[in-house]
Design a protein around this ligand. Structure first.
Ligand code: NHR
Ligand code: GAR
Length: 225
């Protein structure tokens, strides 16, 4: 879909440690996918992910949401910053601010999020605690296209993780995060190659609509459970 002259451009939004950002940096670095991270933007100036980006020569911007009068004003400032890079894809990688409808519409069909649950279960925060509290046998992580509905957009990929009897939120989060670092680069690769796209609210892969769950990867063999 892209000629060699135009490497797909990605802008990554973060709030914290940036291990998913690192997985994308590594995937590009290893030649697994062809893309350029044009910039990394954080709403938290102290986010560790900004250092990861700088250390790889990636441009960074910190836009502290507390310095804006409203969500709208913050989102306008982010849009201005993002649009200077004309990205093909906006990637939310542990980005913790709910986005306004105007922001979402601007990047609809070219913005992905990774959410640590098997959506549509457990939208919102504290997903690992909620899965444990409910005594679920299975948990996991989902990459989805971002729509106005929080964690409600069409699903691209899910990785399933088994919950072990002695799991706590930290042990479970660690196994889920290992899967995040597999499926997020994969989803981004598929998008930038033009293999995966949003069409009339459905995720289409190689020309075929995916089931509601998106592509499902079952990691249960990998974590010997
Ligand atoms: N915005 C829209 N419109 N749609 C989505 O699907 C979004 C989104 C913004 C972020 C990520 C999401 C997640 O994967 C995401 C998806 C933050 C909150 C939240 O409650 C909820 C969901 C997600 C991210 N944020 C609080 C807020 O007031 C702040 C919490 C904090 O700073 O710790 O924005 O889970
Ligand atoms: C990831 O586990 C991601 O799924 C989760 O935050 C972590 C970010 O880690 N996202 C959310 O909870 C979104 N509300 P990272 O900064 O190391 O990539």
């Amino acid at each position: 879909m892209y000629s060699e002259a135009e490497t797909p451009r990605i802008v990554v939004l973060i709030s914290g440690s940036g291990t998913n950002l690192q997985a994308v940096i590594d995937s590009i670095g290893s030649g697994e996918m062809t893309a350029e991270i044009s910039a990394v933007i954080s709403n938290r100036p102290e986010a560790k992910g900004l250092e990861r980006a700088s250390s790889h020569g990636i441009k960074t911007h910190a836009l502290d949401h507390r310095e804006y009068d409203s969500r709208e004003a913050f989102d306008v400032a982010m849009m201005r910053q993002i649009d200077t890079y004309q990205p093909d894809l906006v990637v939310l990688a542990g980005f913790m601010r709910i986005l306004t409808p105007d922001f979402v519409r601007r990047y609809e069909g070219r913005m992905l999020n990774i959410h640590p649950s098997l959506l549509p279960k457990y939208r919102g925060l504290h997903t690992h605690e909620r899965a444990l509290e409910a005594n679920d046998a299975l948990h996991g992580v989902t990459v989805h296209f971002v729509t106005e509905e929080l964690d409600g957009g069409p699903l691209a990929i899910q990785a399933i993780v088994a919950i072990k009897p002695d799991d706590n939120a930290d042990s479970l989060a660690a196994r889920v995060q290992a899967q995040e670092h597999v499926i997020y680069p994969l989803a981004i690769k598929w998008f930038t190659e033009g293999r995966m796209r949003l069409s009339d609210g459905l995720v289409v892969f190689d020309g075929q609509p995916l089931p509601e769950t998106g592509m499902q990867l079952d990691s249960r063999q990998d974590n010997n459970s």
